[in-house]
Structure formats: structure tokens, C-alpha cells
Ligand binder design. Structure first.
Ligand SMILES: NC(=O)c1ccc[n+]([C@@H]2O[C@H](COP(=O)([O-])OP(=O)(O)OC[C@H]3O[C@@H](n4cnc5c(N)ncnc54)[C@H](OP(=O)(O)O)[C@@H]3O)[C@@H](O)[C@H]2O)c1
Length: 260
């Protein structure tokens, strides 16, 4: 089903499922154009960088809760701008929009798989495979996968693991791990200094995509093997764009506001 063309002809806000820089940029474009927008954040980060326009925080209560929200707020269209690895909310959005006939677009940064160095990386289908592959490559690991999945690597309790988070992890991490709190973007030189100073032997990351490739460039420059997790598959028939500007044009068209 083409989820981008169907939908109720009402004039409620555009719902941006966010938690990403792209989601924030899209909300900024919509607000600047006078298009009502509500951004939805999961509420994982304690001090989120809030987008302009309306904001709601917290889960909807699964697909059923999202269906209720779409109806009760007369949502005109949904842009799923969540992180490429936020697969549950993406699946819920596809089901809820199918059910309500709400136009849906996926906004996700271009994958890193087309970059020149990508062929030299170790591609893994999921975090478990990434863990196993990394174990064979070295014992001092830079685990750059965000905060939420760190527990999946708990068996590395006797290794040196460097990890970097924006918000402190909820549960305790092994004593052999070093946790740095920082919010990107980061510079390649600084990433090289960081990896060199910790004698990092392997970088483990996700194919989050986007322009911020400093850690990948630094690992390549230092000849450090990269283990990278492939993106989960998208729901069938989901139209996708890779820039906030494209998503804005789509939403403006749906709102019948094609002047901008
Ligand atoms: N996964 C990552 O690597 C990653 C990295 C950076 C940022 N993020 C951001 O962090 C958030 C959570 O990621 P996740 O991987 O935990 O997602 P997930 O596994 O797909 O979602 C788990 C549950 O969290 C709620 N949720 C997720 N995103 C939401 C949103 N934007 N608004 C309202 N509820 C939301 C939903 O709860 P209900 O079922 O109750 O509706 C969803 O079922 C996302 O917004 C994502 O963009 C994720």
C-alpha cells in the first residue's frame, strides 16, 4: 500500500515521530512555514533538545494507543523521523497509519553502506552477531551504539570497553568499562586522539547514517577494524526520504500548502 497518498482531509497537525536531529530540523521547517506540527519524543533523554512547535513526550501505548492519538488529534500526516534502529515505533506507525488511512513518510538519513570504506567493515545482522565478530578482532573496544543496548554486551565484563552516551545508562555497567558523557558532533582529530589514548582495537557501531562520520574516519585512519550493525528492514511499502527538506515538501503538499 502507498501510505503517502491516502488520508483524511482534515487540518490537524503533522505528527513528527522524533528523537533525532532530522526530526528537529523538520519541525523547524514546518513551524517556519506556519504548518502546525506536534513532535513526539520517547522520553529516553533527561534533557532533550526540544524542537519548536508542539511537543509530546512518552510512548503512545503500542499501535492501539497511536491509532487513538491519530484520531483524537486529527493528525493530517505522520513523518516517522525516528532513529533507523527504532524499529518498534516504526512498525507501530506503519500499522496505525494503515489502519486510520493517515499518510505516512519515513525520514531516515542515508545509510553509510555506500561509503567508500564500507566494503572494509565487518557488517553484522544485529547486535549479537556484532558482539561475536568483535570478540574475534580485539579486546579493547569502543562500543559506540548509544545507551539503550549496552546491556546486550554485558558478557564483556572483563574487557576494557569505552562507551559514550548523552544520558547516563539506567543500569550499572561492568567496572572494567569507561563511560564518557558527551553529545556530538565530534571531530575526526578528536576521535583519533580518543581511540589512540585508550589503545582501542575495535570500533563497534550501528549504521545510523548521516554526515557525522568522524568515528568511522578516525578508525579507518588508525587502521582499527570496524564492526557495524546493518539497519533493520522497513515495513513493506513505506515511502522513504533522506532529508528534512524532502519530508517538509511532502508534508506541505499534503497540507495543500505548496507555496513554500
Ligand atoms: N535505537 C537507537 O539506536 C536510537 C538512537 C538515537 C535516538 N533514538 C531515539 O530514541 C527513541 C527510542 O528509541 P528505541 O530504539 O527505544 O525505539 P523503539 O524500540 O522503536 O520503541 C520502543 C517504544 O518506545 C516508544 N517510542 C519510541 N519512539 C517514540 C517516539 N518518537 N514517540 C513516542 N514514543 C516512542 C514506543 O512506545 P509505545 O509502544 O508505548 O508507543 C515504542 O514502542 C526514538 O524516538 C529514537 O528516535 C534511538
Amino acid at each position: 500500500m502507498d501510505r503517502t497518498t491516502t488520508g483524511p482531509a482534515d487540518h490537524g497537525p503533522v505528527l513528527v515521530l522524533g528523537g533525532t536531529t532530522d526530526g528537529r530540523e523538520l519541525a523547524t521547517l514546518l513551524v517556519a512555514a506556519g504548518i502546525p506540527v506536534t513532535s513526539s519524543l520517547a522520553g529516553r533523554v533527561t534533557q532533550p533538545n526540544l524542537p519548536p512547535g508542539g511537543v509530546r513526550i512518552g510512548g503512545f501505548g503500542g499501535t492501539t494507543g497511536l491509532i487513538d492519538f491519530l484520531r483524537s488529534h486529527a493528525i493530517t500526516a505522520v513523518v516517522d523521523a525516528t532513529h533507523p534502529f527504532a524499529e518498534h515505533i516504526t512498525a507501530h506507525a506503519a500499522l496505525a497509519c494503515d489502519h486510520t488511512g493517515t499518510p505516512l513518510l519515513r525520514l531516515a538519513r542515508p545509510s553509510w553502506s555506500t561509503r567508500a570504506q564500507a566494503a572494509t567493515w565487518h557488517w553484522a545482522d544485529g547486535l549479537t552477531e556484532a558482539r561475536i565478530v568483535a570478540e574475534g578482532l580485539g579486546s579493547r573496544i569502543f562500543l559506540a551504539i548509544g545507551r539503550q543496548d549496552l546491556h546486550r554486551f554485558a558478557s564483556w565484563e572483563h574487557r576494557y570497553v569505552l562507551t559514550r552516551v548523552i544520558t547516563a545508562p539506567e543500569s550499572a555497567l561492568p567496572e572494567s568499562w569507561e563511560v564518557i558523557s558527551a553529545r556530538g558532533p565530534f571531530r575526526c582529530d578528536d576521535e583519533q586522539d580518543l581511540m589512540r589514548s585508550r589503545n582501542i582495537q575495535v570500533l563497534v557501531t550501528k549504521d545510523s547514517g548521516g554526515p557525522t562520520t568522524a568515528k568511522l574516519d578516525a578508525a579507518t585512519a588508525l587502521n582499527i577494524p570496524v564492526v557495524i550493525v546493518r539497519r533493520p528492514a522497513l515495513p513493506a511499502g513505506l515511502a522513504t526520504v533522506s532529508s528534512p527538506r524532502e519530508a517538509f515538501s511532502w508534508a506541505a503538499r499534503i497540507r495543500g500548502n505548496t507555496r513554500r
